[in-house]
Write a protein that binds this ligand. Structure first.
Ligand code: NDP
Length: 333
């Protein structure tokens, strides 16, 4: 078991803010990322919290990501907008586009945004939970560097390509599905490699193209999609939605133009917001609760998102991997 150090959520936020500002992020950009990292640690979503900070700093240091970016939002139609993130980290783009997206979806019932020139290094639930807090259904996806082989193949073409779906439940935690279409997110494989844990057979292939449970070998080889040909088909759908649909690159194109600094590559994000009030009237919320009650009666079943939401209710300190904390503190001047 790796050593850990207890840190309050306030201290985590202050540390991230200070580190990013020390490497060229202005107050607004640093605050947007620090909030996302702190929310991940709060929910114990470790692969997208402090673990990502060294990568955020690498991208700032190489100049790939602009720490003073001001993303620009333009309406294509009243319900479809484009956000040029101008090489900001994704949380800064979300600060720019989500309020307008929410307003448009509440007005028209459905609205979408194409985010371009963006660097996404986080989980997807922060942006779609923001939509569900406004009573909207959110769907989003991003592609990433090509680490995943298509079903039947051994060479990578897909990113780990997560998609997120959030369903509002007024007065209660939303239902949130947020998952990579790879059998496992690369961040999780890297953490398993760091901790010396095996991963399930089928997670990925070694550099020689062999199935293995050795996380360090998979980190050097390729991941596989979850669920065989079905996960592979969803990964393909996400390549299209987060690439040509939003005017951005496929995963392999992102890699080709990336500077390899270890920070998040430039890519696109597709976000759709829908109002169930407009689609169906007022019955949907009560109908949802009847479904949730029936679901909850099934022994062994829990809702997606429930683990994170339960973790969130603990306001106490979080156990942070000590070598990671030392690495991050060493980034302070
Ligand atoms: P998981 O496999 O851990 O979880 C996927 C989903 O299934 C979650 O909504 C989770 O809810 C739910 N779930 C897990 N176990 C159960 C269960 N027993 N019963 C019901 N629901 C369950 O996620 P991944 O490893 O696939 O992805 C981790 C994160 O990585 C995601 O947040 C994703 O956005 C992010 N990612 C980001 C990328 C990027 O480029 N920015 C690339 C790839 C991934 P719960 O949270 O409550 O456990």
């Amino acid at each position: 078991m790796a050593p850990t150090t207890d840190l309050s959520l306030e201290d985590i936020h202050a540390l991230v803010l200070a580190v990013l500002q020390a490497h060229g992020a202005d107050a607004a950009n640093a605050a947007a990322v620090a909030e996302t990292v702190t929310r991940a640690e709060r929910d114990r979503a470790l692969s997208h919290g402090l673990f990502r900070v060294p990568g955020y700093v690498k991208a700032l240091k190489s100049g790939k990501v602009k720490g003073d970016a001001r993303p620009e939002l333009n309406a294509t139609t009243p319900a479809v907008m484009r956000c040029d993130a101008r090489n900001a980290f994704a949380p800064m783009a979300h600060k720019t586009c989500l309020p307008a997206l929410i307003e448009a979806a509440q007005t028209f019932g459905l609205a979408g945004v194409s985010i371009q020139r963006c660097h996404h290094f986080a989980a997807l639930w922060p942006e779609i939970e923001t939509l569900s807090e406004a009573g909207l259904v959110g769907i989003t996806c991003v592609s990433y560097l090509p680490w995943v082989a298509p079903h039947g193949g051994r060479a990578p073409i897909f990113g780990t390509n997560p998609f997120g779906f959030a369903w509002p439940r007024p007065g209660q935690d939303p239902i949130v599905i947020d998952m990579a279409t790879a059998s496992m997110a690369m961040g999780e494989v890297q953490i398993a490699a760091r901790e010396g844990h095996a991963v399930p057979l089928g997670t990925g292939l070694s550099p020689e193209g062999e199935l293995t449970t050795d996380a360090a070998e998979i980190a050097k080889g390729v991941l596989l999609p979850f669920g065989g040909h079905k996960g592979s088909a969803l990964a393909l759908m996400i390549e299209l939605l987060a690439g040509p649909m939003v005017g951005e690159a496929f995963s392999y194109e992102s890699k080709e133009r990336d500077n390899g600094d270890g920070g998040p590559a430039q890519g696109g994000q597709f976000i759709l917001a829908m109002s169930p009030d407009v689609f169906s009237g007022t019955e949907w919320a009560a109908q949802t609760e009847r479904f949730v009650d029936r679901y909850g009666d099934i022994d062994g079943a829990r809702l997606p998102g429930a683990k994170r939401h339960a973790a969130r209710r603990d306001p106490g300190p979080r156990s942070v991997n000590t070598p990671l904390l030392e690495e991050i503190r060493a980034l302070l001047p």
